[in-house]
Write a protein that binds this ligand. Sequence first.
Ligand code: DSN
Length: 491
Amino acid sequence: MAAEPSSFSIKPGESTESTAFRSALDVIRAVEPRVADAIGAEVEDQRAQLKLIASENYASPAVLLTMGNWFSDKYAEGTIGRRFYAGCRNVDTVEALAAEHARELFGASHAYVQPHSGIDANLVAFWSVLAQRVESPALERAKVRHVNDLSEQDWAALRRELGDQRMLGMALDAGGHLTHGFRPNISGKMFDQRSYGTDPETGLLDYDALRETAREFRPLILVAGYSAYPRLVNFRIMREIAEEVGATLMVDMAHFAGLVAGKVLTGDFDPVPHANIVTTTTHKSLRGPRGGMVLCDAELAEHVDRGCPMVLGGPLPHVMAAKAVALAEARRPDFQDYARRIVDNASALAEGLLRRGASLVTGGTDNHLVLADVSGYGLTGRQAEAALLDAGIVTNRNSVPQDRNGAWYTSGVRIGTPALTTRGLGVAEMDEIAGLIDTVLTSTRPGTTANGTPSKASHVIDASVADQVAARSADLLAGFPLYPGVDLSQG
Ligand code: DSN
């Protein structure tokens, strides 16, 4: 089947990008050839594998090239109009462009494009809500003094005044993220936290149970959003719950930002009109450079803009520039088609797996990801992940609700479609990939430990099956070349 063009596909024969990447590698090779070789090997690996990690994608050549330049050399702590360094006029230009594109794309009042990652974006959001909502004379003093000038009494007052604030977020094994209050994470230590889960029968969010928990717990922050929940979240209901209990609604849309940008998630399912503050990464379904971003109401903006240096190290101007480019790409009409195809592909993948007897958490998907419970194959998530990799299929293991194998071995595999959709694969290929996944998992069994007991870590796969699947994956991908105009071969 012919490849559908991805929105940044380079036509064979157009050589500008090839020349740019090849020249860059030549320059790098002259200093440390092993780094140049590793870069070349990485693109070859990505070309050769079925990339189904739900949080990964392929950025455009324009986005990639925007990150390798002199902006990397510039310090720009603070933000536009309030810098702690001189000489930031060009950084101001790209930061303003990225923020403008973000506001326009998402319909947000304010955008802060400095966070280096999703975790950083979430920390900025926590800080902002604490700074906005918590009456703290000690914090006011801390804002205008050097940290070395704070006395032990000041620190004790800060801890007293800011400590013990409450956060309610989705449990990790229900699909939430580590930073939504998982106890061992900094978010679970900064806050007195509690988690909401999903219905044990259906695996779906139970808004009534969540409302009850929120009424009883009365959090300062209600966190919505997920990294492994295969359904939509109704943010109108989330906002109602937050308002009822006096909480600030924070939505982490890192996984589904591309679906919001592409207008697949609208109305009650678009977090931006409903949340007080929205965080995201820019490199998942949004298909930009690795990084984070915060969108918020006007009332939170002044606190969010203090993210650096209160929470973040110096911004990465070269990455902010690449965010501006990626957000400009996401504002093009073809991005909406891309977002729709991500979801269509995930549905086709889910249907293909279900038809072959796989067990999926919630019984399917409405978004970009599928969470397969692989215990029916007699495997842990770790074994399934490793066996699939043997066959050239890259996924990642993930807990399922009430997972008996814990967060390290897990019982699930998370499978997502943003990357292969960028590459142009469609629903027919997704059905075939479902068959390949099922073939690998049915041909794999647990290994044994040194004592002869069943292992949760090692696996044994029928080598001929792994080879056949890898060969078929390679054939499939050959019809959908990645960066088709970019030839890195030397000479
Ligand atoms: N690592 C990201 C993911 O894979 O979902 C979230 O932090």
